[in-house]
Write a protein that binds this ligand. Structure first.
Ligand code: CP
Length: 335
């Protein structure tokens, strides 16, 4: 494996092999597998789980890693193409990225959406401007529209919980947040659940439909794998018989890049906070998933988050195991 960017780049048997490998490495640790290997980690955007789980994954496999982010004592990082660099930043990503990559055997890069132009973010313009500069293997640690490490970990969590692939009902629900958040997690989570063959409902208020291209990609994946994709603004209808509710806030497609327009749409939507009454007609064992970080009392009520429905800590631990599998296939013997 040279690139881990999108689950859509992998065949079903390749995804299953990664999931099996993640389970094997959990049961039978291989602390020498990546001895002497180095993973470079470039965080243009903040993180807790991705940062810690990649470092832990490398340590558990016998390798090492280093982290660079703009907040560190570096020279500032300019990202704009064609800029005259007479501002604060004294280093451009055109040099910094290949230099950082050259110190490792693979590089992970995180850069959230700029959220000015939907077309540019959908095309991953800024992210590919960085990956085009490197010739080592690379991992997407969350870009404008993708979060494949989260998706692989979430797939593993669904398997761990024995949620049926075909016939399992997955509700991806918009939740309130005071700010417009990126589309990477909802877009790629929708694809993951559809690709797993589940019956997926996107539950969201008016104005928060995901972009057509994202919905179409998910519908095609569902159709090819025995699942389905629906949209609803009706919570009771959407939650009927659900095995899983996966909550996430995201920005409006209609008002993308327009802070005030988005704010006007989300005004008075504070009641989109997942709470126990939401589960009234779901399966009794319906679980709550979220990629974290999550705002208590805003996205989800404290009793749900702290209660038996919540599997968010299990999900977060699976990040490390899923990434160990990716790193093993990318850098291990026989890679
Ligand atoms: N879920 C996730 O990617 O968490 P971090 O943003 O903390 O890395």
């Amino acid at each position: 494996m040279k690139i881990f960017n999108d689950l859509a780049d992998f065949a079903n048997d390749e995804i299953n092999a990664l999931l099996q490998l993640a389970n094997r490495l959990d049961r039978h640790p291989e602390p020498e597998a990546l001895r002497g290997k180095v993973l470079s980690l470039l965080f243009m955007s903040p993180s807790l789980r991705t940062l810690a789980s990649f470092q832990a994954a490398m340590i558990r496999l016998g390798g090492g890693s280093f982290v660079i982010s703009p907040e560190m004592s570096i020279h500032g990082l300019e990202t704009r193409p064609g800029i005259v660099m007479d501002g604060a930043a004294a280093e451009h990503i055109r040099e910094a990225v290949p230099v950082i990559a050259s110190y490792g055997d693979a590089i992970g890069i995180r850069a959230f959406a700029e959220r000015k132009s939907l077309a540019a973010d959908m095309a991953e313009t800024d992210f590919f401007a960085m990956t085009d500069l490197i010739d080592t293997p690379w991992i997407n640690m969350e870009s404008a529209m993708n979060h494949p490490c989260q998706n692989l970990a979430d797939w593993k969590t669904l398997d761990d919980l024995q949620v049926p692939a075909n016939g399992g009902k997955f509700v991806l629900s918009w939740a309130y947040h005071s700010k417009a958040l990126p589309l990477a997690v909802p877009a790629s989570t929708l694809y993951m659940a559809a690709r797993r063959g589940m019956d997926v409902t996107v539950l969201r208020p008016d104005g928060f439909a995901l972009p057509d291209a994202i919905m179409d990609k998910a519908r095609q994946a569902a159709a090819a794998n025995g699942g389905s994709v629906l949209e609803s603004t009706d919570r009771v209808e959407a939650m009927q018989g659900a095995h899983i509710i996966y909550a996430k806030s995201w920005s409006s497609t209609a008002a993308y890049g327009d802070k005030l327009g988005d704010l006007a749409l989300r005004n008075e939507l504070e009641h989109w906070c997942v709470d126990e009454p939401w589960f009234g007609n779901a399966r009794e064992d319906c679980r709550f998933m979220h990629c974290l970080p999550v705002r208590r009392g805003v996205v989800v009520s404290e009793p749900v988050l702290d209660g038996p429905r919540s599997v968010v800590i299990h999900e977060a631990r699976n990040r490390m195991l899923a990434q160990m599998a990716v790193l093993y296939q990318m850098l291990g013997a026989g890679a």
